[in-house]
Design a protein around this ligand. Structure first.
Ligand SMILES: Nc1nc2c(c(=O)[nH]1)N=C([C@H](O)[C@H](O)COP(=O)(O)OP(=O)(O)OP(=O)(O)O)CN2
Length: 125
């Protein structure tokens, strides 16, 4: 299995209104490093999993309406606890929706809250 990874960042504000989150129930900010890995069993005729530029654009587009926003006000996220895990799934689903069918084995999206904590969502395709 081959894999190609690209990385981007997004800055957001959000609150996590559940008692499990203590002070993070209040509005606070986060800067995530976001990694997208696309997996493919065999390389294409160009000898690549996916063009790096194309993968970078896919990731950037998936983050575009989230970056520099208050997620509490995002219509698609109403009623969602926007945890690192949930955001990783959201980004993965958005990228998966734009990949051609039948070409790729799967993808992983990792959001790093800080160097010592991250969450990953894995999706087979
Ligand atoms: N599994 C997850 N745990 C936590 C998430 C998350 O997205 N997934 N998010 C947060 C908060 O948004 C914030 O990032 C950290 O808040 P904090 O109160 O500092 O929480 P910590 O767990 O880091 O520290 P405590 O010792 O619990 O205060 C929190 N958790």
């Amino acid at each position: 299995m081959f894999a190609l990874t690209v990385r981007d960042r997004m800055m957001i504000a959000h609150s996590l209104p559940h008692p499990a989150f203590g002070p993070a129930q209040a509005l606070h900010g986060a800067t995530y490093v976001v990694e997208l890995t696309i997996r493919r069993a065999e390389l294409g005729e160009e000898g690549i999993v996916i063009d790096i530029g194309e993968a970078t654009t896919l990731l950037k587009d998936a983050l575009a309406d989230l970056d520099y926003t208050n997620l509490d006000e995002h219509p698609e996220l109403a009623g969602t606890l926007t945890t690192t895990e949930a955001l990783a799934k959201l980004v993965a689903d958005r990228v998966a929706d734009r990949l051609p069918a039948g070409l790729y084995a799967g993808l992983d999206v990792t959001l790093r809250e800080h160097p010592d904590a991250w969450a990953t969502y894995t999706r087979e395709l």
